[in-house]
Structure formats: structure tokens, C-alpha cells
Ligand binder design. Structure first.
Ligand code: C2E
Ligand code: MG
Ligand code: MG
Ligand code: MG
Length: 278
């Protein structure tokens, strides 16, 4: 049997590994079935303005629920989707679905910017720009209402070609943000070359800021530096008032986390928006 290379570029045989590949084979089957039978869905997590607390955007997050089974978590199935290449079709589905939803909210007079996560393979796969462009045309969504979330790994993975592609996407009017910031290559000096509008401070920093003075110092420095480069800063995984206060005072412009709302259905998010205006 020919095996595709694993995440680390090589693969050898051990009972534990064959165990893992059985699990991932199973997830692959579930994913293929889900794609064909409409079992994928999106939830939306609010992003709030750090100073005023109102909802200023939402992140679309994939959900996979097969009837009669526990839900599969993205951290389980996204890696399998990336290893098998299925992420290209799944990612396209998620992008289109999020744009259709955002267009619906735009029509209803309650426009809300939507962020969609994009994997490295997806962006390197031929025709990403054309697919994005045609989804925007088909749905009629104002591109200013769409943001793509990329990790440092994604931006770095394709070299200059990727940077050029990102510039084009931005010229189309779509915003770009760097997700999980601080966990990747972490060389702050790269940041000025990245054509992104915003940084999302990873949850790992946020979790520790109120306990660990060094994490607090590093986080403050990242926020100050990002702001001096004219990037918006969003904190992810904000769970407590203490974290929220610290981050606001350090200069974060937006926040996202269970404190402000877990990922929810499109209807539930719409309800939150309606209540916010009332
Ligand atoms: P991410 O893009 O960094 O998304 C944030 C994750 O943190 C989400 O997990 C969200 O539910 C979770 N989260 C939000 N607030 C809190 C909090 O206050 N505390 C804690 N503990 N967690 C919080 P989720 O939905 O399980 O997604 C995990 C990852 O899967 C995402 O991380 C993203 O990298 C990936 N993913 C999700 N949807 C997509 C997609 O459509 N395409 C791609 N390529 N990746 C996706
Ligand atoms: Mg994200
Ligand atoms: Mg993140
Ligand atoms: Mg993440």
C-alpha cells in the first residue's frame, strides 16, 4: 500500500501509528460522506468591540455532526482534511456558505463582517483567487464584509507566490488576518512584509496573561508593535473579565471568546444582533 506522507514528511510503521491511521481513515470516510450529504455546517462566534462591547463581526467555524454520533471537533477532522486534500472542497464549501449567510444579513440591513479560516493547501491549490472571486460575484456579497483568517504557517508556506496572491485578494477588497498569532514562526520582523489587516493573539497567551507576568509583558509588546504597524489586534479565547480588562488596556481593539459568546447558529447570532440594536 502506498501511503501519502504524514504531517512531518515521513512515515514509518508502528502498531500505534497504524492505530492512528485507522482513526484518521474513519474520519476521512465520515468527511467524504458529510460533504456529499450536507452534514457539514457552520457556527458563528461573535467578535466584539473591546471598548464598547457590541458585536462587530463573527468567525465562521466548521461543525461536523453525524446523526447518532458525537460531534467531531475541527481539531480532529481539519488535520485529516488537510492530509487527504479534502480541505480544498471543504474549505470552498465553508467559504461559499459563509458568504451566502453574510449576504443574507447584508440584505436584511444588518451587515456583519464574517471571517473564514483558510488552510495552507487551500490557498496553494490552483485557482483559489478565481474561486473566491466567483463566490463573491455569485453571492453579491460586499467584499468588505469578508475576512480570511490565515496562520503564519499559511502565509510563509508558499513564499513570494503566496504573498502576491494575498495582495491580490486584499486588492479585491477582502480583509486578511493572521490567526493564532505568536504560535508560529513568531519572527515579529516578518510582520511588516505580510499584507494583513489584523492579528489575532492566540488563546495560549490570553489564557496566561493574568497569571504569568512574562506572558503579560510579551502580549503587551505584541499588541503595541502590531498597532505601530497599523494592524488591528483581536484577542482570541477571552474567558474572564480580568483577561478582558488587561487586553483592553493593552490596546486590543476587538475580542472573541466564551466571555462574549461561544460559537452559535446563524439564527442565534442574528438574534444577538437584533437585541443589541433594541
Ligand atoms: P481558530 O480559527 O483559532 O478558532 C478559534 C477556536 O477557539 C474555535 O475552536 C473556537 O470554538 C475556540 N474558542 C473560541 N473562544 C474560546 C474560549 O473562550 N475558550 C476556549 N477554550 N476556546 C475558544 P473550533 O471551532 O474547535 O476550531 C478549531 C480550529 O479549527 C480553528 O481555530 C481553525 O484553525 C480550524 N477551523 C475551524 N473551522 C475551519 C474552516 O472552516 N476551515 C479551516 N481551514 N479551518 C477551520
Ligand atoms: Mg480562526
Ligand atoms: Mg485562532
Ligand atoms: Mg487555532
Amino acid at each position: 500500500e502506498v501511503k501519502t506522507q504524514g504531517r512531518h514528511g515521513y512515515c514509518f510503521y508502528s502498531p500505534e501509528m497504524s492505530q492512528r491511521s485507522v482513526a484518521s481513515q474513519r474520519i476521512e470516510n465520515v468527511l467524504r460522506h458529510a460533504l456529499a450529504h450536507g452534514e457539514l455546517s457552520l457556527q458563528y462566534q461573535p467578535k466584539v468591540d473591546a471598548a464598547l462591547g457590541h458585536i462587530v463581526g463573527a468567525e465562521a467555524l466548521l461543525r461536523l455532526q453525524v446523526e447518532g454520533k458525537d460531534a467531531f471537533l475541527p481539531d480532529q477532522f481539519i488535520p485529516v482534511a488537510e492530509d487527504t486534500g479534502l480541505i480544498v472542497s471543504i474549505g470552498t464549501w465553508a467559504l461559499r456558505e459563509a458568504c451566502v449567510q453574510a449576504r443574507h444579513w447584508q440584505r436584511e440591513g444588518r451587515p456583519i463582517p464574517i471571517s473564514v479560516n483558510v488552510s495552507p493547501l487551500q490557498i496553494q491549490y490552483a485557482g483559489f483567487y478565481e474561486r473566491l472571486d466567483s463566490i463573491l460575484c455569485e453571492t453579491g456579497l460586499d467584499p468588505a464584509l469578508l475576512e480570511l483568517e490565515l496562520t503564519e504557517r499559511t502565509v510563509m508556506s508558499g513564499g513570494d507566490g503566496t504573498i502576491r496572491l494575498l495582495r491580490r485578494i486584499r486588492q479585491r477588497g477582502v480583509r486578511l488576518s493572521l490567526d493564532d498569532f505568536g504560535t508560529g514562526y513568531s519572527s515579529l520582523s516578518y510582520l511588516k512584509h505580510f499584507p494583513v489587516d489584523a492579528l489575532k493573539i492566540d488563546r495560549a497567551f490570553v489564557r496566561d496573561i493574568t497569571q504569568d507576568p512574562e506572558t503579560a509583558a510579551i502580549t503587551s509588546a505584541i499588541i503595541a508593535m502590531a498597532r505601530s504597524l497599523n494592524k488591528d489586534v483581536i484577542a482570541e479565547g477571552v474567558e474572564t473579565e480580568l483577561q478582558s480588562t488587561f487586553l483592553r488596556e493593552a490596546g486590543c481593539s476587538q475580542m472573541q471568546g466564551f466571555l462574549f459568546g461561544a460559537p452559535m447558529s446563524a439564527d442565534a447570532l442574528h438574534q444577538r444582533l437584533v437585541e443589541q440594536v433594541a
